[in-house]
Write a protein that binds this ligand. Structure first.
Ligand code: 0O2
Length: 247
């Protein structure tokens, strides 16, 4: 092949790969919009948000290649597309364990979202203590010349599970995947402690919610957008009037 032909085919391949990566970016964009809407709407309806934090990441080309090699998948864009499910990734962090399942259900119920795979590491934690609810979904992305179904991996977990997972991930890479047994034991123990905290916090939260339902509690803060709309308590008005009369 001539140098010019080589260059043209290289350009074509680069362009195809860029389009391949872009479709995953668009998949993330679609799902991030859906999750943000769910978060804001839930917040509006219930005065509380089951979602604490949402983040996303696109796997780097190097990491895609390494995983494709590890899985022994065909090194073509089609091969990678069908075998690698986490090129586009979203992580949703919730306050409580029950919230993770609420978010899962709300995502799964969306008409244009197809759930391809579910791994419930909350019900069945990994041997190292890892807990998280994973779903691989497919979402349509509307491009100028076609509609593409894009896979996105969504990991849903509590703050405590997330704290544990990020530390374990760091340790795993620090020791180049060969972590000393003592640290592995401590990590398993820390996972149990994190779980106890999750269970206790949720129980306390349920208790407080039940109390404030009865008392119609004011939590002591107001949204700045409500200034002018919220009424001024009678007692405060009387106090202000009395102070003015003394002036
Ligand atoms: P990274 O760097 O986060 O992207 P599969 O071949 O698809 O069946 P896979 O991809 O290992 O197997 O699926 P699984 O078990 O659902 O894990 C997918 C992702 O979950 C991982 O992606 C991690 O992000 C996370 N994960 C799974 N197990 C653990 C764990 O024990 N500890 C931590 N900290 N995270 C975990 P990657 O590509 O491995 O890593």
């Amino acid at each position: 092949m001539s140098d010019a032909a080589d260059l043209t085919s290289l350009r074509t391949l680069t362009d195809e790969f860029t389009r391949f990566m872009l479709s995953y970016k668009f998949g993330i964009d679609e799902m991030m919009t859906k999750i943000t809407i769910l978060k804001e709407e839930f917040n509006h309806r219930h005065d509380y948000s089951p979602i604490e934090h949402v983040s996303s990441r696109l796997k780097s080309p190097q990491s895609i290649l390494a995983k494709a090699h590890r899985k022994g998948c065909e090194l073509t864009l089609d091969g990678i597309r069908s075998e690698l499910h986490d090129i586009a990734g979203i992580r949703v962090t919730c306050s409580f364990i029950s919230d993770t399942y609420k978010i899962f259900d709300m995502i799964a119920a969306q008409k244009d979202v197809t759930v391809l795979q579910v791994r419930d590491y909350i019900q069945e934690p990994k041997a190292n203590g890892y807990k998280s609810l994973h779903m691989i979904i497919e979402v349509p992305v509307f491009l100028s010349d076609r509609v593409e179904q894009v896979k996105v991996e969504i990991q849903i977990r509590t703050i405590a599970m997330d704290f544990w997972a990020s530390l374990e991930h760091k340790i795993y890479y620090k020791y180049n995947r060969d972590v000393p047994e003592r640290l592995l034991d401590e990590l398993r123990d820390a996972a149990l402690t994190a779980n106890r905290l999750d269970v206790k916090m949720e129980r306390l939260h349920d208790e407080v919610v039940a109390l404030s339902d009865v008392a119609g509690e004011d939590d002591g803060v107001m949204d700045a957008r409500d200034i002018g709309r919220a009424g001024v308590p009678d007692a405060l008005l009387r106090m202000l009037a009395a102070a003015r009369a003394v002036e």
